[in-house]
Ligand binder design. Structure first.
Ligand code: A2P
Length: 273
C-alpha cells in the first residue's frame, strides 16, 4: 500500500538533472541573468556551455545551449539570457524564481577555452548581445591573467541598457577582494573594456567590425593593430557577426583554432532560447 507521501511524489513532475534556481536579475525587457545550484560532479572549463531548459508542454525536456557565465571555480552556475516572447524556452524561462527548478545536462563543451589558443600577449574578447556570457566566465578565470599581459573586451549592443550586465560585471570584478586575492592585486589593470552601441547614442557608436576596419579601436586604445605574433581572440555573437569578425581576424593573419588544434582565434555562436 502506498503512503500519502509516496502518492504525492508520484504526481510531482520529475525533472531529470534538476538544479535549483538561486537568484534571478532582470536587466531589460529582453535580457535577464540567473544563478542555479551547481551539480557536485560538474567540472567545466571557463568559457564552455551546457544544455539547460525546462519540461516542455509535451512533458519532454526542452533544452538549449547556454554558455556558463560564472567561472569554473564558482560554487554556483550563472547564465545570461535573452527573453523571446514567443520563444519555446525563453518565453517560460524568463519567469523562473528562486526555489524553482531547471534542467541542466552536466556535459560541458565548447571552443572558447584557453586550451584552444596558442600562447600570446594580448587577448581580445569580441561579443555582441548575450554573446558576452562566456566572457563573463573567462574574465573571472585566473588563467586569463596568468596567460596574457592585456585583455580587451569589446561588447556591441543595439542600446545602452543592453550593456549594463557586462559593465556591472567588470566594475564588480575590479572591486572584488576575493578575486584580487586569487589573481593578484593588480590583475584588473589588465582589463580594457570597449563597449559600443549601434542604435542608441552612447560615448562610442558603431559596430565593432566597422571600428576595427577603419582603425578607430586601435586609435582609441593606443595600440598598433592586431598581429598573429602577439594577439589572440575569442568571438561570441550572432552568426553574421562571427562571420564578419572571422574575415577581419584572418585579414590580420590570425587563424581559427580548436581544442584539438590550438591557433590564434576561436569562435562560438551566441545561443538563443
Ligand atoms: P546593428 O544594430 O547595426 O545590427 P542583434 O541584437 O541583432 O543580435 O545585434 C546585436 C548587436 O550586434 C547590434 O549592435 C548589431 O548592430 C550588432 N551586429 C549584428 N550583426 C553584426 C555584424 N554582422 N557585424 C557586426 N556587428 C553586428
Amino acid at each position: 500500500m502506498k503512503s500519502v507521501s509516496d502518492a504525492s511524489a508520484v504526481k510531482a513532475p520529475v525533472l531529470p538533472n534538476a538544479q535549483t534556481v538561486l537568484d534571478v536579475k532582470h536587466w531589460t525587457d529582453s535580457l535577464f541573468s540567473f544563478k542555479v545550484s551547481r551539480p557536485a560532479s560538474l567540472r567545466f572549463r571557463s568559457g564552455e556551455f551546457v544544455m539547460i531548459g525546462l519540461l516542455g508542454d509535451n512533458g519532454k525536456p526542452l533544452l538549449r545551449a547556454y554558455s556558463i557565465a560564472s567561472p569554473s571555480w564558482d560554487d554556483e552556475l550563472e547564465f545570461y539570457s535573452i527573453k523571446v516572447q514567443d520563444g519555446p524556452l525563453t518565453s517560460k524561462l524568463q519567469h523562473i524564481k528562486p526555489g524553482d527548478q531547471i534542467i541542466l545536462r552536466p556535459k560541458p563543451v565548447g571552443t572558447l577555452v584557453h586550451d584552444a589558443l596558442l600562447p600570446g600577449k594580448r587577448l581580445w574578447f569580441f561579443a555582441t548581445g548575450t554573446g558576452f556570457a562566456p566572457f563573463a566566465s573567462l574574465l573571472r578565470e585566473p588563467q586569463t591573467y596568468e596567460d596574457y599581459d592585456e585583455v580587451i573586451i569589446t561588447h556591441t549592443c543595439r542600446e545602452v541598457a543592453e550593456l549594463e550586465y557586462g559593465r556591472r560585471l567588470i566594475d564588480d570584478i575590479k572591486q572584488d577582494e576575493m578575486l584580487a586575492e586569487l589573481m593578484g592585486a593588480d590583475f584588473h589593470k589588465k582589463i580594457r573594456y570597449y563597449p559600443t552601441t549601434t542604435r542608441e547614442e552612447s560615448p562610442k557608436m558603431g559596430r565593432i567590425t566597422t571600428l576595427l576596419k577603419d582603425g578607430t579601436v586601435f586609435r582609441d586604445l593606443g595600440i598598433d593593430g592586431i598581429a598573429p605574433e602577439s594577439d589572440r581572440a575569442m568571438v561570441c555573437g550572432s552568426l553574421a557577426f562571427n562571420h564578419d569578425i572571422k574575415d577581419i581576424l584572418e585579414e590580420f593573419g590570425l587563424r581559427e583554432g580548436a581544442n584539438s588544434e590550438p591557433k590564434e582565434f576561436v569562435i562560438e555562436k551566441a545561443f538563443v532560447g
